[in-house]
Design a protein around this ligand. Structure first.
Ligand code: 13P
Ligand code: SF4
Length: 383
């Protein structure tokens, strides 16, 4: 087997990791190193660190990263793991910024969370800033008794201060796999939901629940009252923040039509961050883990067309050799920020850690941590 796929088969021969060194290693010394060398050095650093480090990998990470992950999964699984595996003093989180923040919020105070490249953000998370959400809340308060009638629900793809906002205002977080149970809970408590920052996830879940379209409005943070009249705000029971995922918005209904014309018996499976016009034409909708599990458990010989990030789909293709797996879009739909985590950055932070240097630590301020944890724990209790 290729060593790239089997780290445990490598002989450990690199003795460059020396726990007594303490000068911080520079990322520039890693950026032009060959893939095989970086692979071997990560294996050595990981072996040196032993039970001092847990490597978590989101399903969208590149193969060169996933191969080193102790555990991989979707946002919900990784959040739970971060909370459960308190025996590891260091967590190297191969994912994006909001995921590492969530791990820091849920982990014990003696645990250190590291994000290999701090530029690995999320364009959707950036579409809602705390100042905008505060303004929205104030505007709603002009029209409604907001604290009594609106539950804020924030998708975990968001900054820690938005999760804290929800914790403070009786709200809750959700992931793509918990959105339905969270929205049921929220509507059982208060009449209205403010759902942010992904318009599509909120709408798709509400559609599936048979929620009336005329009780949903979109809140555009760049318009007065979100672009709504006072009457529309009073009538709405679901207020969807105008935000989206730049990767999933690239899938189009015509892509599904194309495959249905070419193949008589296909199964289309997409992520709920896709537009409702795509979701409504799909056979299955769910989180990255749901997609992996559904395709993996499907009978041999079946054909799958998958609408989510390209790295995940390519890996499914490679692993599910008894099935046909197609990528839904003719374009390259890759999450550019997830892609920033590469072997060079991973090797750099692992070797630094092995030498006693923590680089790229993610630290959520204590005040946000306490409140954000309330919102996350409400979700965990429901899921
Ligand atoms: P999952 O919760 O399905 O892993 O999704 C995370 C994500 O960022 C999708 O764009
Ligand atoms: Fe954010 Fe979309 Fe990337 Fe997920 S795929 S991390 S939502 S930009």
């Amino acid at each position: 087997m290729n060593n790239l796929l089997n780290p445990t088969s490598l002989e450990i021969k690199n003795d460059s990791v020396n726990a007594s060194m303490s000068t911080e290693l520079s990322i520039t010394d890693y950026q032009d190193r060959p893939a095989e060398e970086l692979f071997e050095r990560i294996v050595v650093a990981k072996k040196t660190l032993g039970d001092q480090v847990l490597v978590l990998g989101h399903n969208y990470q590149r193969d060169e990263i996933i191969v080193h992950a102790d555990l991989r999964g979707d946002s919900l699984i990784l959040s739970k793991l971060a909370a459960e595996r308190s025996e590891f003093p260091n967590v190297v989180f191969c994912g994006v910024h909001f995921m590492a923040e969530t791990a820091d919020i849920l982990s014990r105070s003696n645990q250190t969370v590291i994000l290999p490249d701090l530029a690995a953000g999320c364009s959707m998370a950036d579409m809602a800033a705390i100042e905008q959400v505060d303004e929205c809340w104030d505007a709603l308060a002009q029209v409604l008794s907001v604290e009594d009638v609106v539950t804020p629900v924030v998708y975990v793809n968001s900054a820690a201060d938005l999760k804290a906002f929800c914790g403070e205002h009786g709200g809750v977080t959700c992931t793509s796999s918990t959105a339905k149970v969270v929205m049921d809970w929220a509507w059982a408590r208060r009449e209205k939901i403010l759902f942010f920052p992904d318009e599509h996830l909120g709408r798709n879940v509400a559609n599936k629940m048979g929620f009336p379209k005329d009780e949903m409005i979109v809140w555009d943070p760049f318009k007065v009252n979100g672009g709504n009249t006072v009457d529309e705000i009073r009538k709405a029971r679901l207020i969807l923040w105008k935000g989206h995922c730049s990767v999933h918005q690239m899938f189009q209904p015509a892509h599904i039509d194309f495959f249905r014309k070419q193949y008589s018996d296909i199964h289309v499976i997409v992520h709920p961050e896709c537009h409702e016009n795509v979701v409504n034409k799909a056979d299955h909708v769910g989180s990255t883990e749901f997609i992996i599990q559904t395709v993996s458990k499907a009978p041999a010989g079946t054909t799958w067309v998958v609408g989510t990030e390209l790295n995940l789909v390519n890996r499914l293709k490679a692993e599910q050799t008894d099935k046909q797996v197609f990528f839904l879009s003719p374009m390259v739909c890759r999450c550019a920020t997830m892609y920033r985590i590469d072997a060079a950055h991973m090797c750099w932070c692992m070797e630094n850690l092995a030498q006693g240097n923590v680089v790229n630590q993610i630290v959520v301020p204590d005040a946000d941590k306490v409140l954000a944890k309330i919102a996350l724990e409400r979700m965990m209790a429901l899921s």
